[in-house]
Design a protein around this ligand. Structure first.
Ligand SMILES: Cc1cc2nc3c(=O)[nH]c(=O)nc-3n(C[C@H](O)[C@H](O)[C@H](O)COP(=O)(O)OP(=O)(O)OC[C@H]3O[C@@H](n4cnc5c(N)ncnc54)[C@H](O)[C@@H]3O)c2cc1C
Length: 383
């Protein structure tokens, strides 16, 4: 206890957002210490489906969010290569994503999306029912068609976190505190100057709060609430010798997708408002049923496990990235909801650019000030 040391930046939370932020800041020469209360990737980041598909999960009408999604998408192959050079695999594959239409209404929604997706120069195109079967041989018959997006793909969430943490520490000198809980902020005259952890006090010029859904609870450390709330999600793994989808396939509202270890991932469910890591029988039943509807040969697949974790949701579904007004030195990077993995590189870049330049303007669209100042729109639970 009571070690008193100093770094440029203390980062709270070892999920994709905290890990990516630590890596990017370290690469720019900031001395960093990353705190994780359990194990790196223990939260949603290690349970994620890992779809890297901003064209489906970021609202295209929000210019800044779309720019964040597209910059992250461009960054993934480069980041993956850089991390592979350090000897750690992320499981990233630019496999493409196939989104299938089963009804006329589905088809119309997908075609509407194509009007803007088609203009991005990313090769997104309509495929008819026959082409759907050519892309994914074992998909259930009867598809009206679909949209194929060749530049998107997926990453293995836990490997991605571990690769970033490992590179940040071994290549760029970041310090790691795994199994160390941050229990409060050190403040001086309205400025955040460090963190109080189970290891002791650490002084820092800046603190990045990237504690996933717990970022809302960390609002207890301040006189204002932070509008990040929990949204539980579950996914499962199957094994079917001789069968592996070649890319994430979205059908009947679920993703069925390959995994680097040869299993098949099916995702995801959503339940609002709870910190609850229990896998429920009804969620498993729903995911199994939909996987079997999309790929009938999965009906007798081996069940290889399921996991439940909690997403960090914000009142408007968009991430919150930027300084906390009234608390100089504190930066919030959370609320990424269902898109934290795919937005991690861009988020880390935004935070890093801000700390390098001091210019908060690019963070404006993601700022806390878009909500009520007392956090009323998204007041998190207090227990
Ligand atoms: C089933 C499921 C499927 C998903 N599918 C996708 C997908 O396909 N693509 C996508 O982009 N996103 C997906 N998501 C969402 C994505 O996983 C999340 O947005 C992302 O993981 C959030 O990352 P994070 O770093 O903000 O939070 P987390 O992963 O929750 O990390 C926060 C970390 O902070 C630590 N922490 C909290 N409080 C403290 C403290 N006081 N001191 C120290 N450490 C602390 C926690 O232990 C945790 O490890 C999915 C999520 C789920 C649950």
């Amino acid at each position: 206890m009571s070690t008193s040391r100093t770094v440029d930046v203390a980062i709270v939370g070892g999920g994709v957002i905290g890990s990516a932020t630590t890596l990017y800041l370290s690469m720019r020469g900031f001395s960093c210490k990353l705190f994780e209360q359990r194990e790196f990737g223990w939260g949603a980041s290690g349970a994620t489906a890992g779809v890297v598909g901003p064209l489906w999960h970021v609202p295209h009408t929000h210019e800044a969010a779309m720019a964040l999604g597209l910059s992250s998408l461009r960054e993934f192959p480069r980041l993956n290569e850089a991390l592979a050079d350090t000897g750690v695999s992320t499981g990233f594959r630019q496999s493409g994503i196939l989104n299938i239409a089963r009804t006329e209404a589905d088809a119309q929604t997908l075609r509407e999306g194509l009007t803007w997706q088609g203009e991005l120069g990313l090769g997104v195109c309509w495929v008819d029912g026959e082409e759907v079967s050519e892309l994914e041989q074992h998909v259930a018959p009867g598809a009206l068609g679909g949209v194929y997006s060749p530049r998107e793909g997926f990453v293995h969430g836990l490997s991605f976190v571990r690769a970033m943490v490992s590179a940040a520490a071994t290549v760029y000198g970041a310090r790691l505190a795994e199994g160390v809980e941050v229990g409060g902020l050190i403040t001086e005259g309205g400025r955040v100057v460090g963190v109080q952890s189970s290891e002791g006090r650490l002084y820092a010029d800046h603190v990045v709060l990237a504690a996933g859904p717990w970022s809302g609870l960390a609002g207890r450390w301040l006189p204002q609430a932070l509008p990040v709330r929990p949204a539980k999600g579950q996914r499962l793994l199957l094994r079917k010798p001789g069968f592996m989808p070649s890319m994430p396939v979205r059908d009947y509202g679920r993703y069925v997708m390959p995994q680097p270890d040869g299993s098949i991932l099916v995702a995801a469910t959503r339940h609002e408002g709870e910190f609850d890591n229990r896998v429920s029988a009804d969620a498993v039943g729903e995911l199994l049923a939909d996987a079997g509807r999309a790929f009938p040969l999965l009906r007798d697949a081996e069940f290889a496990g399921a996991i439940a974790r909690v997403r960090p949701a914000s009142p408007d579904g968009l991430p919150i990235i930027g300084p906390v007004p009234g608390w100089e030195g504190l930066i919030l990077a959370s609320g990424h909801d269902s898109a934290g993995v795919m937005l991690a590189p861009g988020t880390a870049q935004l935070v890093t650019d801000y700390l390098v330049s001091g210019d908060a303007a690019p963070l404006g669209p993601f700022g806390l000030s878009r909500f009520d100042t007392d956090g009323a729109k998204g007041r998190p639970p207090r227990s």
